[in-house]
Unconditional design. Structure first.
Length: 492
């Protein structure tokens, strides 16, 4: 077990120096994520939500340690099984690192270090351990074995933490601060006081960068520095264009308040957040390239090889190449140095983070990451609403009860929200001040309810006149529908 941990730590340390993405643990984990069959992926997303990564990493650690223990037990006499396991795991790491899109050939040194350290530490400890079974000097040898093992354990900790510190230092934060303040030519209008009422327990209108929901297929954040960044635009365009970060930054920057939503959000779920995005309208970015009339899809690729297909009409109408969020350069986990944002489309068909390649083609030409896994090709955001207070299963004081929440229907806008208690009459909620039609809208309503258990439901109507259906459908393939409901108790 110690040899397995030593192997992982050694690989993590070498990767910290070379390229954090080459850490065998991450490379194997990220490969496993990409190879996971769609049904298992759906299961993980449904049951673990954004904790699915923690579950995967923890599961991998447990499996590796169990492998190590098993190999150790069958290596009692001869070290061969243990060495074979170290070699086999090493080879898995090497293959994973070599096949990741964000690693170079030299990065293979990280899993090679894992292999060598794993095999060496195992042979070393095995040697010491087998000597403890000789009758003479048993006490001394046992002690030596224990001390060496403890030393290895400490070394594992130091190497693992050291590797992580080095990785964190691949100056993403340095690169972010070097970008400095982003000053848009046009600022988003200030959020009016009446746009939110967080004192009731609903979200603040602008989500802080820290609280903004995060969805991607990666265990570790890609460490792409602004100074190394190049965006290639090609395919059905008049001329191929390469843009560096500075080129983008020098274009006319705009700031827009946009609510993003994830397609995997269940009715009532948390994957919806709002930010002041700073960036360049994609139509300006693409003007130099000149998108050919026949192009249907903007097929974008991130530095980690994730892909996304966005209808060209939406891209040119309101797409943004974002480089900032709430006044700062994009946080690393939200796509630094640059990402796409297209209001009104779920993130998986529009919001490529760490975007480095934009190819224009037809939908039939190339299939994106989630399309290959049975999610939809086109996925406009569905009109939705959510009750935030009273909290589910809470107990509230009798009398007038305030029911409040949020609704969204980007880019159409929310026209009305209604609430009903215990399947009674619908009552219309008071809508908070609208910021723009591509953002969420808070709402609240006071209702009278007697003591006991009650269930309230909500439904929104958008400005195109569509009222949310009560038909519950699952998020896959193109977004959940149905009314959110909350059950709570009113005190006597
Ligand atoms: N490179 C990359 N970009 C990505 C994804 C991803 O897995 N990889 N996930 C998408 C999905 S499904 C969503 S909902 C949004 C989420 O963006 P956020 O994490 O900044 O909230 O990013 C999109 N962009
Ligand atoms: Mo998503």
């Amino acid at each position: 077990m110690l040899a397995v941990l030593a192997a992982l730590a050694a690989g993590h340390l070498v990767a910290g120096v070379l390229n954090p993405n080459a850490s065998p643990f991450y490379a194997v984990g990220n490969t496993a994520i990409d190879l996971t069959p769609a049904p298992l992926k759906d299961f993980a997303v449904r049951n673990f939500g954004t904790n699915d990564k923690l579950v995967l990493l923890g599961g991998m650690a447990v499996v590796l340690v169990l492998f190590g223990a098993a190999a150790g037990l069958v290596s009692r006499r001869r070290p061969l099984p243990g060495v074979a396991l170290a070699a086999a795991l090493g080879v898995v790491g090497i293959v994973a690192v070599l096949t990741r899109p964000d690693t170079d050939f030299v990065d293979v040194l990280a899993p090679v270090a894992s292999l060598l350290v794993g095999a060496t530490v195992f042979l070393w400890l095995h040697n010491l351990a087998s000597r403890t079974t000789e009758v003479s000097e048993q006490g001394m040898n046992r002690r030596q074995f224990m001390y060496t093992s403890a030393g290895v354990a400490v070394g594992v900790g130091v190497a693992g933490v050291g590797g992580q510190l080095l990785a964190d230092n691949v100056d993403i934060e340095g690169s972010r601060s070097a970008v400095g303040d982003l000053v848009p030519a046009t600022r988003a209008p200030a959020i009016p006081a009446g746009a939110d009422f967080p004192q009731l327990g609903t979200p603040r209108f602008i989500t802080s960068n820290r609280d903004f929901y995060r969805i991607d297929t990666l265990l570790n954040v890609p460490r792409l520095r602004a100074e190394d960044y190049v965006l290639r635009i090609h395919g059905a365009v008049d001329r191929e264009v390469m843009l560096r970060f500075e080129d983008i930054r020098r274009m006319r920057l705009v700031e827009q308040t946009i609510t993003m939503t994830c397609v995997s959000n269940e009715v009532g779920g948390p994957y919806v957040s709002t930010s002041n995005f700073i960036g360049v309208p994609l139509k300006d970015v693409l003007a130099e390239a000149g998108v050919k009339p026949g192009a249907e899809q903007l097929f974008s690729t991130s530095v980690d090889g994730w892909t996304c297909g966005t209808p060209v009409a939406d891209v040119l109408d309101r797409g943004l190449l974002a480089i900032g969020m709430n006044g700062e350069p994009l946080p690393a986990e939200h796509g630094f140095p640059a990402r796409m944002v297209v209001p009104g489309l779920y993130g998986f068909v529009s919001a490529t983070k760490w975007v480095v390649d934009m190819e224009f083609n037809k939908f039939a030409d190339k299939q994106s990451y989630w399309l290959k896994r049975n999610w939809g090709q086109k996925a406009p955001i569905k009109t939705q609403s959510r009750i935030d207070v009273p909290a589910g299963l809470s107990t509230v004081k009798p009398g007038k009860i305030t029911v409040a929440g949020i609704a969204w229907a980007q880019p159409r806008g929310v026209a009305k929200v209604e609430v009903r208690a215990d399947q009674g009459e619908w009552v219309t909620a008071r809508l908070a001040t609208e910021v723009n039609t591509s953002t969420w809208r808070m709402w609240q309503v006071d209702i009278e309810l007697g003591p006991g258990v009650h269930t309230v439901e909500c439904r929104a109507t958008d400005k195109a006149g569509y009222t949310q259906t009560d038909q519950r459908v699952a998020p896959i393939p193109d977004g959940a529908t149905g009314w959110h409901s909350t059950t709570f108790t009113v005190q006597n």
